[in-house]
Structure formats: structure tokens, C-alpha cells
Design a protein around this ligand. Sequence first.
Ligand code: ADE
Length: 234
Amino acid sequence: MTIHIGAKPGEIAETVLLPGDPMRAQWAAETFLSDPVCINRVRGMLGFTGFWRGNRVTIHGSGMGMPSLSIYANELIRDYGAKTLIRIGSAGSMQAHVGLRDIVLAMTASTLSTPSRGVFRELNYAPCADFGLLSAAHAAATARGIAAHVGGIYSSDVFYDERPDLNDQMTRHGVLAVEMEAAELYILAARHGARALAVLTVSDHLPSGAALPPEAREQGFADMVEIALEAAFA
Ligand code: ADE
């Protein structure tokens, strides 16, 4: 057990999918894994370990934002030996051509700051995905007829953003979408020798203000989980 994860040693797989929402972790485990077992309930942050096509997988909530993700990713990697971590979550499109329900594979994740800011000090470190996972996810999406967008995203510390001018600069510089976790996941994976990727579904479209209704989000989430699983075991 760690401070935030109640799993016993060996109960967490080397491959971990990380949705922000613990209820999504439960839904994904019950929908896609065989024999899912709940291995964490501490603070309501649910985690499940089961099997996908014979491969052992854990699906564990990360919470919202980089400070929360940092707690779980640190403990999963350093205490439980996780080696492949794939965030599955929603994002806000920052480009007219990246539409609602589209899938974004985050090649890089720009930030203003992450929990690792103090480590890097004046260095503008460039958090990036594992290339093997990225190319496998792209192939998996293509095989199911999904034209996934591949490129840079923005990992923000705020959902309710007071800096529209900054978002405009992101859009101008080709950033595909905004979410709140990937940059710190990529940094922690790099620091500890693990592989990481973020597979995202567009739930809202900043240029037009459009947003998916809650009931329309599930199918996009299902594609994302399957792309992540196929990439992890390619
Ligand atoms: N996740 C989904 N939509 C988002 C947005 N607009 N900003 C930050 N994170 C998000």
C-alpha cells in the first residue's frame, strides 16, 4: 500500500490506463476487461485490474489536473512498477478543423507550469509522448477508420481560463487541444524510464463554443479505450 493507493504488491499491472474520472475507470474496466478486480478505493479514486486479450491491465483514475495525476503516476511507477501509462480523457479543441468527438494523440504537451516546474527551473523542458506508443495508437485508430489528429496539445492548470489571449497564441501556433494532465505524465514517465501517451476525445470546441452533451460522450470514450489498449500491446 502507498499513501494514496490501497492495492497490495503485485495487484497493479505493468500497463495502466489513466482516465481522470474514477467512475470512468470502473466503466472502462467493466466494459473492456475480463475478470476486473477493484484494487483501490482510497479517497474514492477507483482502480481495477483485469485482462484484455489475455494481457494484464490496470485502469485507474488520475483525478483532474496535474497535481492529482502526479500523485497517482508517481506511486504507480515508483511503488507498483508501472511501465506503460496511457491517459484516456477529454480535451477542448483549439483548432477549427479538430471537431467534436475527434481523437487527438498528443505528441507533445506544452505548459505554463507543472508540478515539476521546480525541478527544471529556467529550462523549458519539452514533454513528449513515447514514439512507439504514439505510432501504434495512430495505426490502431487508422485500422478502425478513425483519422486521429497527431500533434501538440496544451496541458493547462485551469479549466475556467482567464487568458483568451494565450489560447489565441496556442491556436496560432498549431496546438490542437487543451486538457489538464498530459504534460506531467510525460515528464514523470521520462524521469522514471516508463512509456507514456495521452489519447484524447474532443468534448468541447473552443473556437465555436460547441460542446458534446453528456450522453454523446460514451462512444468516443469507447474508441479511445480500445485505441489505448491496442497501442499498449502492439
Ligand atoms: N478538458 C476538456 N475540455 C477542456 C477545456 N476546455 N479546458 C481544459 N481541459 C479540458
